[in-house]
Design a protein around this ligand. Structure first.
Ligand code: GLY
Length: 383
């Protein structure tokens, strides 16, 4: 055999082997005979309907996402239409512009996107000065050979892509940060020689407008938040995408990254199955890869709600040695499968203020808040 013939023989044998194994690989996932495999369910076009769900803070914007789904738009564009409104909102201090800063007073944002139909993902973490990290994550997915860019590299990338840097600290967030510092250190309160010695908020809230912020600021100083918005969408073709975006834990150490930008934790989508995301204490979610866990549970036949509860069960199990500490924090999971079935679970049934934990759903008729299914039907912490 000449060199060329040998090479030709090698490639045609390799080609045939690849074709056979690819057929086995892709045939297996859609085979109706594969027991317990999610994709074995009937998948006629009429099975699918547009649904969009999010954490409760997205409820007023779900109409925008649903309009995109109904007009045949892309599922990731629909989810982004929802979360970018929250990123732009200075009054949501857990996401984007107005997000509470790190311990140095710098707003650092994290976000991820997953586009089910093309099996792609993008994420950014600790990105400063750009109010829509979800769109930067999308640009990472679409414009680069990478999935995850962080810190100064993420800011540089965003600027190169035409995102305009800005000051993300609103006056309310800045004063909340100063109040937190004043609580942590006497050096950040009026001194011995001041008529307002030791006064904290009084000197910061020096106008009627600022005085109206008192209750909120006292709350976020006492209970650092990990707000966040997650949004998941499915269209009438059964295509699924999602995004999660956050300013992370308030007063965090600079560079702390939570679960939101971590693919498989704060967000996971598999177009054959569905998607899942999370809000709340990211540290707990990262340890159980919640987003991935939930999608894999759904693949094996769990309902979205049961899959969320399984993830919460794993979070709780990690505190077997100190069960009372579970009361310190909150975590929520959201799940949507490609057939439009959805659900959400929360570690606790109620927020510290007594309000029921909820999530937002638009089923094509209207957006509404629904109660999450709690693992424990009691009041939880906000940490
Ligand atoms: N879940 C948002 C965070 O922990 O940063």
């Amino acid at each position: 055999m000449t060199d060329w013939t040998r090479r030709k023989f090698f490639f045609s044998t390799l080609g045939a082997a690849l074709a056979a194994s690819t057929q086995r690989l892709f045939g297996a996932t859609s085979s109706a005979s594969a027991p317990g495999v999610f994709a074995a369910r009937p998948a006629a076009a009429s099975d699918f309907r547009p649904i969009i769900i999010s954490s409760a803070n997205g409820v007023t914007h779900l109409d925008d996402g649903m309009a995109i789904l109904k007009s045949g738009g892309d599922t990731l564009d629909a989810a982004l239409a929802v979360v970018t409104k929250v990123e732009d909102d200075p009054n949501d201090d857990s996401v984007g512009y107005g997000g509470l800063p790190n311990e140095d007073g710098v707003v650092e944002l994290d976000a991820s996107v997953m586009h089910g139909p093309t099996h792609r993902a993008g994420a950014v973490a600790s990105v400063q000065k750009i109010k829509n990290p979800s769109l930067v994550a999308k640009a990472v997915m679409e414009k680069t050979n990478h999935v995850f860019i962080v810190g100064s590299g993420a800011l540089q990338f965003a600027e190169d892509e035409g995102f305009i840097p800005m000051n993300l600290l609103t006056e309310r967030s800045r004063i909340a940060w100063l109040a937190w510092k004043a609580q942590s250190s006497e050096n950040w309160r009026p001194g011995l020689d001041s008529p307002q010695w030791k006064a904290q908020l009084a000197t910061l809230l020096d106008t009627p407008e600022k005085m109206a912020w008192r209750e909120h600021i006292e709350q976020v100083v006492a209970h650092p938040i990990t707000g966040t918005i997650n949004c998941l969408a499915v269209n009438s073709k059964g295509e699924v995408s999602g995004t999660t975006t956050t300013s992370g834990l308030s007063w965090k150490i600079a560079g702390r990254v939570g679960d939101s930008p971590v693919i498989g934790a704060g967000l996971f989508v598999d177009n054959e199955v569905g998607g899942a995301g999370s809000t709340g204490r990211g540290e707990e979610n990262i340890k159980i890869s919640g987003g991935h866990t939930i999608v894999e549970m759904m693949r094996r036949g769990s309902s979205p709600t049961d899959a969320c509860l399984e993830a919460l069960h794993r979070v709780a199990r990690n505190y077997q040695a100190f069960p009372e500490r579970l009361k310190q924090f909150h975590i929520q999971f959201y799940a949507l499968n490609k057939h439009g079935e959805y659900g959400a679970g929360s570690l606790w049934g109620k927020h510290p203020n007594g309000a029921r934990v909820q999530y937002a759903v638009h089923d094509g008729t209207k957006a509404q808040l629904l109660p999450t299914t709690p693992l424990f039907d009691e009041v939880g912490g906000d940490y």
